[in-house]
Design a protein around this ligand. Sequence first.
Ligand code: ADP
Length: 396
Amino acid sequence: MLIFILNAGSSSLKYQLMNHATHRVLASGLCERIGIDGRIIHKANKLKTTTEVELSSHKEAIAKVLELLSSGPQKVVDNIDEDIDAIGHRVVHGGEYFHESVIIDESVLEKLEKLIPLAPLHNPAHILGIKICMELMPGKPNVAVFDTAFHQTMPAYNFMYALPYEDYTEHGVRKYGFHGTSHHYVSDVAEKMLKKDNAKIIVCHLGNGSSICAIKEGKSFDTSMGLTPLEGLMMGTRSGDLDPAVISFLMDKKDMKADEFVDYLNKKSGLLGVSGISSDLREVIAASQNGDERATLAIDIQCSRIKKYICSYAGGMGGVDAICFTAGIGENADLVREKVCQGLEFMGIELDVTKNKNTESHSREINTESSKVKIYVIPTNEEFVISNDTYNLTKA
Ligand code: ADP
């Protein structure tokens, strides 16, 4: 079964064509600068091409991708109609409507429309991507896989903000959490590695966007992102947690409007804002190694926040069996893993410094023999989850 996986953004599209039976990725790529000028980076048949091509709309971009999949030197299927079986869409916000992935029909589309106020940048692009796929590949099932769905199991005392209750009932203001597909996938792998049912697991998904999730008995119990992905850890360009009073204080000082300030917290803060160098941790680490104090401070803030969330979630769950590191930073930055685990020996978390430096790219254990808590590096695979859910919902 071949599954086309689409992640539609406001001016970009990420896609993969996956053979579900073998988990082989036949083709993958990225359309950028849609509606501006246009570029397609496409990988297939061991060939990576970058084509500057006019992409005036999302429809034109998806049509071009389908053309690349079925013709020319990077062709991987003979006929889109016959060879592609289903389409899996990554959808950022499923609100309280969706606890799991669903086959998309009119009522699902209506709910996605209703959720636009909660995800004004993402959901309109997803709806557009879904409608275009329905038009260009008629008759094929489309499945929505939500970033928020996994977190719908959180107890109310973890998802509610301490605001007047009507803000939840009337406006849906609560913690939804994101990166759910990744947290779900990584915690499943960890549970198998632990060989223990009903385990207490903490997953640290550390990329440009970062979040932590506490998973108890296979269910999301708490997570660091909130109504939007801005809450929680310090990220590449996002501030994460701060005193809400900072907002009006700085808006006044900087003469900024509310939406400008949210943009400032989303795009100018985090590693980039503190270091003044980059949102890319590799560049911040390089600067720190060259003696840049702000770069060192940025890394220290990031690691300290992660450490505090781990302690808080272990407390919330009444213990922890495994800590997992995943995504770009979690999988590759041994420095971050070391700084996060340092000082947590009192909780039975003991990192093996040599194993931590190992750069193998498969799931692995990096704790000492005597560590009570397992520490794992587990490469995430959100596309696999999307492919899997799409397969399970659409198989005959
Ligand atoms: P996204 O959230 O965009 O999917 P990724 O999961 O790809 O992001 O993570 C990107 C982050 O991972 C960047 O900050 C990058 O610097 C960091 N990263 C990738 N490789 C390394 C490495 N070897 N050492 C340190 N940081 C790394």
